[in-house]
Design a protein around this ligand. Sequence first.
Ligand code: G3I
Length: 551
Amino acid sequence: MRSSSLLRLLTLVGMFVAFLLPATSAQASAPLREHAAARGKFIGAALATGPLSNETSYRNIATTEFSQVTAENAMKWDATEPSQGQFNFSGADAIVNFATQNNQQVHGHTLVWHSQTPGWVQGLGATAMRTAMQNHISQVVGRYASNATVVSWDVVNEVFDDNGNMRTSFWYNTLGQSYIADAFRAARAADSNARLCINDYNVEGINAKSTAMYNLVSSLRQQGVPVDCVGFQGHLAIQYGFPGDIQQNMQRFADLGVQVRVTELDIRMQMPRDTAKDTTQATYYRNVINACNAVTACAGVTIWGFTDKYSWVPDTFSGQGAALIYDENYQQKPSYTAVHDALAGGSSSDTTPPTTPGTPTSSSVTSNSATLTWTASTDSGGSGLAGYNVYREQGATDPQLGQSSTNSINLTGLTPNTQYQVYVRARDGAGNLSANSALATFTTQSGPVGGGCAAVGTVQNQWNNGYVVQPVTVTNSGSSAITGWTVTFTLPAGHTLAGSWNATLTTSGQTVTARNAGYNGNLAAGASTSFGFQVTRPSGDTQTPSGYTCA
Ligand code: G3I
């Protein structure tokens, strides 16, 4: 055989073997970055320059486990341009050099933010401020434009309030909303290859703030503004519940044509730690990774630090902490295992479905809503319990009535005076579904004759001293059209309204009266609309409004 023919044969054999073996498969025990790479995703960590230069354990884990890094503080404006025109890249360069040595990417954080920006910027007039912003972006992004390590930037950070209004930062107050488009254009001019992101917190689920973000990204892209990516920070807390619609939310952004990513994941708890809290935290971490795994346009997940030894949480939320995946002694926590297994797992490795949920029991049945609760399932297949699907038994095809990440659900939009037979199936991280639970049967109440009205409020989003109720769904549960509605409900003692949308709200003591806006009072029989509101509450008080009635 001629040597060229032999070479061709060997090449063909090699290609055949490569076809049989997954090119990027990772050993089960491999570090996080190998499993992430096998999925085509990154797994990142925010790094602090102090321990990076002082602590071997910190450096070793940062190197071994993560494929992307973000500077926790070193690339912010107060670090890079503390005085006008005086740039200092010592911390930023330390992070970039570390990443380059370890074959990691850097996500740049952050160019334009209301926090950690020196006073000299905040005091400028409009023209000077816009020029300073453009120059800062040009210098900082430009420094790393030809460096293949720095692949993306948070161009603007936290531009919204939690109610979806623009944050009235000094940027907005001085320049109006146009500073956002200008910042993206300046970043593109400085680096035509970097991926340019808008980043925020409390936008993981579908709520007023994430919808405002969605509308802004959509409108900027229609105007040709180079927004390539949306970052969901992911500062979660086990005591406030998991945003069960995170995957759906990421997907709606992906459908706009942008890349999505989780940029600052940490999941705090009230101290002290215990096994139950660790388990809940691990489930939340797993759910986030699984959501990113399930959305093709999700590039990866960055954890905001990795060791509880260095976390911003205890300094900001008194009495809370333990938010990361290694403890203060660099020992892996259950949350590490959850992240690892969610990255490593998948439909091929976990084929064991969760156990069958208990028989649901119904409560709070109204003319159009009902609450179901059941005994939780467990999952032993490795990918972990992800949530539950609730179905209506109807024969050949049973419609899904809803999804929940806990062992309870509030079903809305039901038909008055109708018998429902429902069952629940548990879902794991690999998509395996359990057997059907036994059936529960309930009958919705009669709707009023003529026009009627029912209201159900859902808490979408909570933080230490506030929350957003969105949507409050208002349904015409009667048999003829209505031309206006009034919803009343009660705020817990000490809670105060901080904003509202799509209705006019007035308060008398703790009683709130919400009247339709001019554009959403007319409801045909069976039709729904919604409004939302934001509340400030005493720190840590987890009560929520009650007693929604509608007339
Ligand atoms: O560097 C000074 C030091 O010289 C001084 O002695 C010390 C005294 O307090 O402060 C040091 O600065 C601190 C800095 O972190 C560096 O450690 C600041 O006080 C402190 O406020 C700052 O906190 C950072 C915070 O952003 C500031 O807003 C946190 O480390 C950082 O994790 C946090 O990260 C933000 C993201 O950038 C955006 N999203 C939310 C996230 C959490 O707040």
